[in-house]
Design a binder for this molecule. Structure first.
Ligand code: CP
Ligand code: NVA
Length: 306
């Protein structure tokens, strides 16, 4: 059996995503009830970070421990990865000493090359192009709050970044629509987003129009990690793309607000929105833990319970 990886959202079929959501519900309930569940005893996860993280590190490390396994943290500064060891060589070595690898890095090509040389499953913990674990948690959070996401409208306001690209891949798999509004010059690049077609998203020059009748309004930082040199320019270019109360009023009255975090109040989102009643950002963050436990279980043990 070839090793399965989760490098972008479309690496799993819709049925496999649905399986993960079912398992997440059970794993979350067990966790809340303090029930031990140690299916990954003696398994080791290696986590490689070339960029900063709070949620991703914590949720993978805690998640692996809660499943009975252990997690090892490597970063570029303290390992040979920062001193030019080829990624292919690192993959050969690391995957002979571990059962599962999670990587947060820059270009998608790096993680693809690592996976091609890995004996064990590799999970994308964020690249410049994608953030699939985040969208797993976001869709699970939507389902928890509102039921199926099929046929719903998600408004993406801001930068067409890694999180946006992953929403677009997810829309093709789950059959929902994404209304994207970016400032001129920051539009979606369909090839970079890895899209099959263009049926599931529409671009709007006006962010208020994009938010109209949406079931979910979501955004992210204006300057992603790795793009810091553009920060000043982006602050100017994005100033009309803040999600504020007026924008939320365009959406359906029961629309949710999501943000992958960390957030910058007063930039991409107003405090009244992220700290307001429609915001589900803390559930969204917590669900990273539960869904990634289901993902690690799936990649190592297959479809448990079905
Ligand atoms: N949302 C997210 O991935 O957060 P971290 O950068 O803190 O991991
Ligand atoms: N788009 C952001 C997400 C951070 C979790 C970044 O890549 O920095």
């Amino acid at each position: 059996m070839p090793v399965r990886h989760f490098l972008q959202f479309k690496d799993l079929t819709r049925a496999e995503h649905e399986h993960l959501f079912q398992r997440t519900k059970i794993i979350k309930q067990q966790f809340k009830a303090y029930q031990q569940y140690w299916p990954l005893i003696d398994r080791t996860l290696v986590m490689i970070f070339e960029k900063a993280s709070t949620r991703t590190r914590l949720s993978f490390e805690a998640g692996m421990q809660q499943l009975g396994g252990s997690a090892i943290y490597l970063n570029t500064r303290d390992s040979q990865l920062g001193r030019g060891e080829p990624v292919e060589d690192a993959a050969q070595v690391i995957s002979r000493m571990s059962d599962l690898v999670m990587i947060r890095t820059f270009e998608q090509d790096i993680i693809e090359r690592f996976a091609s040389n890995s004996r064990v499953p590799v999970i994308n913990g964020l690249t410049n192009e994608y953030h699939p674990c985040q969208i797993l948690a976001d869709i699970y959070t939507f389902i928890e709050q509102r039921g199926s996401i099929a046929g719903k409208t998600v408004a993406w306001i801001g930068d067409s970044n890694n999180v946006c690209n992953t929403w677009l891949q997810a829309a093709e798999i789950f059959g929902f629509n994404v209304h994207v509004s970016t400032p001129p010059g920051y539009e979606v690049e369909p090839e970079r987003a890895g899209l099959y077609g263009t049926d599931h998203y529409e671009e709007f020059a006006d962010p208020l129009e994009a938010a109209h009748d949406a079931d979910l309004v979501t955004t992210d930082v204006w300057t992603s990690m790795g793009f810091e040199a553009e920060n000043e320019e982006r602050l100017r270019d994005f100033e009309d793309w803040q999600v504020d109360a007026e924008m939320m009023r365009q959406a359906k009255p029961d629309a949710l607000f999501m943000h992958c975090l960390p957030a910058h109040r007063g930039e991409e989102v107003a405090a009244e929105v992220i700290d307001g009643p429609q915001s589900v950002v803390w559930d969204e963050a917590e669900n990273r833990l539960h869904i990634q436990k289901a993902l690690m279980e799936f990649l190592l043990l297959g479809k448990v319970g079905s």
